[in-house]
Design a protein around this ligand. Structure first.
Ligand SMILES: [Zn+2]
Length: 230
């Protein structure tokens, strides 16, 4: 086999995949925290009304909201209540806005709203496609705004100074995770190839073997390297 004198070798290829992986995950994690607007939320505000869903006993109605930016989509399921008092609503109004949860993506919804205490947020993040997902669940209120949360499908970080929940999503979304990994690996191949090409060019310019840098002064152009045999 002819030894290749290009700027790309197996080591640089592996480096490109690892950097592609780090970029894919890093962007998905950064999207969980930026932008932060005020003290109420990270990422896009979930303020687009999607519809209603209710518990199987019919006693609790949840409002579903959605928020999006180019690298973060969040769906919020909120028990209709104000200051701990359940709000009443006419059945025809509920039915006009009812959403079948099964029509929503599996990783952006609960199995049913029965298991939601007060509120839950389902998130997917990444660019160019959504790559990771996790959900954050209201567990218990200690006092006003001091709320204990739990995270599913991700790593829970300590709450911030305003008691906002924070988490790093760890569950892959397919095919987005693979697409982003391929995309960012390809992006990293460019600079890594260039680094390799400069390296080879430098050795050649100094009259050294491009593989092991052994000085080839006085040797014929097409002879094998006496040091590494390539
Ligand atoms: Zn050599």
């Amino acid at each position: 086999m002819m030894p290749r004198a290009s700027g790309l070798n197996r080591r640089r290829l592996v480096a490109a995949v690892l950097l592609g992986l780090a970029t894919t995950v890093g962007i998905s994690w950064a999207a969980m925290f930026w932008p932060r607007r005020g003290r109420d939320y990270y990422g896009p505000p979930a303020n687009t009304f999607v519809g209603y869903n209710r518990t199987s006993d019919g006693h609790r109605i949840f409002s579903i909201f959605e928020g999006r930016n180019s690298w973060h989509r969040v769906m919020s399921y909120w028990f209709n209540q104000i200051s701990g008092m359940a709000m009443m609503m006419r059945i025809e109004d509920y039915e006009a806005g009812e959403v079948d949860l099964a029509t929503l993506p599996r990783h952006l919804r609960p199995e049913s709203v029965d298991g939601i205490e007060m509120q839950a947020w389902y998130r997917e993040t990444g660019w160019p496609m959504p790559a990771l997902t996790c959900s954050i669940h209201w567990v218990r209120q200690i006092r006003n705004s001091d709320i204990i949360y739990a995270v599913e499908g991700g790593y829970q970080l300590p709450r911030d100074e305003d008691f906002n929940p924070r988490a790093l999503p760890l569950t892959p979304v397919w095919p987005g995770f693979a697409v982003n990994l391929g995309f960012w690996t390809a992006v990293w191949l460019g600079p890594l190839w260039a680094m390799g090409a400069v390296h080879v060019w430098n050795r050649r310019r100094r009259g050294c073997c491009i593989h092991c840098a052994y000085p080839r002064t006085g040797l014929p152009e097409d002879s094998l390297c006496p040091e590494c045999g390539r």
